[in-house]
Design a protein around this ligand. Structure first.
Ligand code: SF4
Length: 433
């Protein structure tokens, strides 16, 4: 059988990358294989994200660059999937009427049948959100390497006032636990060593009376899997059982991404995050007391509507006190359809930029100091690939998910190598085996 080829560009978060693997897995039984070149593809998809600013213009520009493939090679289908397809479909169809397909995150199952239809003048649109869709029966085509990303739950029920996710990805639902264990067993059999569980609020995972702690515990019993991570948990769902599991199961890595967003209680209340900064700090104390060597990262938004200088200073001071290992920091931008969108912007872009630069400088200093403290320690590096900058060197991650580079000395991807840290930057540890 001659294979038809599909080319997918992925934008946005890790969940979208996992969805791209799902789309390829979904099309494989229908005779499709992936290509890395749009010029060779029968189907070109942009798997999009609606979280960040300017995403719409960027995608529109990219679609206009890709449309010539349809002109030169009649029969090529151009489509849009993901959060933006769900959120901006009307605007996008107005501006890009040449699109053949528009599919929201709960409609991927329809892709093979839509592609099997005759080409039409009108785009085929499928954007219904489905409270039950988990794609539990579809095997994603995971990329090469030692790490596999596995989506365990989809959607979000939290409705933070700045976030579009509950509207574009729908309500929370979890993949059945046995389906996940089966999937991870297959991954282990294929040689994957690290599994990363994904979900918008991953620790809200639930299957009947089994929760996320049960999932971690049962995953750790699978031979061949040596490291288990997850992202992103919500602070309000970080139960004692999960902390206990992280503390006692050596396969669950001592690394946690725990989004804070702001350390001002009035901003947190307007964001409707569901916790105060004091509650968050108590949670971090409990985590640090239970899990020795825990590395922490976070998300911060500056310039949320009504954020005063004092609110921003509270965030700065809290980051300085808490000492995250690293942080993802953003300027607020209003997303259509969210509650905060109605409040408009209350700060100039320049002021947001100033605040952002201030916390980026702070975090660079903190990350540098924290990493510097690891000099002299021996860490276990799960080797992933040759290092980018130095010939003969290899790169991998330690248990805290920090990148370590070291002279290769015969190490291969998948090896677990003890490495002594000899120097460090804010982003990388440099070691000797
Ligand atoms: S928890 Fe809040 S920020 Fe995270 S996906 Fe849900 S609504 Fe968005």
């Amino acid at each position: 059988m001659e294979h038809r080829k599909i080319y997918i560009e992925t934008y946005g978060c890790q969940m979208n990358l996992a969805d791209t693997e799902l789309l390829i897995g979904l099309l494989k039984p229908h005779g499709y294989e992936q290509t890395q070149t749009a010029a060779h593809a029968d189907v070109i998809l942009l798997n999009t994200c609606a979280i960040r600013e300017h995403a719409e213009e960027r995608i529109l520009k990219r679609l206009k660059e890709l449309v010539h493939h349809k002109v030169r090679r009649p029969g090529v289908r151009l489509g849009l999937t993901g959060c933006m397809a769900q959120h901006y479909r009307e605007q996008l169809l107005d501006k890009a009427p040449f699109l053949d397909l528009v599919l929201g995150p709960d409609a991927y199952r329809n892709l093979p049948s839509l592609l099997a239809q005759e080409e039409k003048d009108e785009p085929l649109v499928s954007v219904r959100l489905d409270r039950d869709e988990t794609y539990a029966d579809i095997t994603p085509l995971h990329g090469e390497g030692i790490r596999a990303w596995v989506t365990v739950m989809r959607g979000c029920d939290k409705f933070c006032t700045f976030c579009v996710v509950p509207y574009v990805r729908g309500r929370e639902r979890s993949v059945p636990l046995n389906a996940l264990l089966h999937q991870v067993q297959e991954l282990a059999d294929q040689g994957y060593q690290e599994v990363v569980y994904l979900g918008q609020t991953v620790n809200a995972y639930r299957d009947g009376d089994q929760d996320f702690a049960d999932l971690l515990h049962k995953t750790a019993a699978i031979d061949g899997i040596t490291r288990i991570r997850f992202t992103s948990p919500h602070p309000s769902d970080m139960s004692d059982r999960i902390i206990e599991e992280m503390a006692t199961d050596s396969k669950v890595t001592p690394y946690l991404h725990l989004p804070l967003q702001s350390a001002s209680n009035s901003v947190l209340a307007r964001m409707e995050r569901g916790y105060t900064v004091e509650q968050y700090a108590v949670l971090v104390d409990r985590l640090r007391a239970a899990i020795p060597g825990l590395a922490l990262s976070t998300d911060i938004i500056v310039g949320f509507p009504g954020e005063e200088e004092a609110d921003f200073r509270a965030t700065y001071d809290f980051m300085n006190m808490l000492r995250y290992d690293f942080a993802f920091m953003f300027k607020y931008s209003a997303r259509e359809g969210t509650k905060a969108h109605k409040w408009g912007e209350t700060m100039s872009e320049e002021e947001k930029g100033r605040r952002l630069q201030e916390i980026i400088r702070l975090q660079e200093r903190l990350s540098g100091e924290i990493n510097h403290h690891t000099i002299g320690q021996t860490v276990h590096v799960l080797v992933e690939r040759p290092a980018k900058r130095q010939e003969g060197w290899m790169a991998g991650k330690n248990a805290q998910f920090k990148t370590v580079v070291f002279p290769g000395d015969g190490a291969r991807p998948g090896d677990l190598v003890p490495v002594r840290i000899v120097s460090a930057t804010a982003h990388t540890l440099i070691g000797q085996p």
